[in-house]
Design a protein around this ligand. Sequence first.
Ligand code: SF4
Length: 263
Amino acid sequence: MLAAVTVPQTQPFPAPPADDGTGLDLTQANERLASMTAKERIRWAVDTFGDRVLLLSSMQKTAVVLMHMFHELGLTNEVLFVDTGYHFFETLRMRDEYMRRFHLNLVTLYPASTIEEQEALYGAKLFNSVAGQPECCRMRKEMPLLAHLATKQAPVLVNGLRRSEGGKRANIKALGPDRRTNGYQLSPIFDWTTADVQAYIAEHDLPMHPLHAQGYPSIGCYPCTTPVQPGEDERAGRWRHLRVLTEEAPQYCNINFSDGGGI
Ligand code: SF4
């Protein structure tokens, strides 16, 4: 049983301007974006929305591709990294390596409490229970991100989601509304395969998170991430410890968001 604890809420988002000057028709925008390269999609977004475009980076392989494109385009737009306090050491090391190499405008976001404070407050490691995990993800991932985005007007959050990952991601479009923020989510590599990602990294000789080579195709916080076995889904290693307890275990947290839920 979790203790009832009031956690701080994020600020309300500023309403989008009645006319933000983009005159954006989402259907037409997606038709245009479909025929562009991934780099052209990012360029289009920055030309259209300016510094409202922010990249959300997990420091995994798809994030490397997008950070490299930001670098090649000479962008000073913010690159956001949410430091949950539960990251693998290798993830933090890759963040520092990428920043040194690409000179990006990195913004590391932190939860309101340390992991020690959170564990003392709840008297438990929240990630170990089906009831506690959503609260842990909300406090350590979603809230720091939303608190930062609430300082922007109609932000455009760039992510590395791909249709080839399947599940809820199988039908994503390049550009979608983000109803949490009154802004948008841009997925520049929505039509890439895993092979496309690997080919880009090899072509540009980019450093890759070392855990990918150790059986981790998808990497989150260390308490909630395990390697996958041959034949398993790419995300099978996420929250595996909860999946043995219940079929209701999560597949996604809410840091990436679409249609009212995590994706
Ligand atoms: Fe907590 Fe696990 Fe979510 Fe990380 S992935 S914030 S450790 S529940």
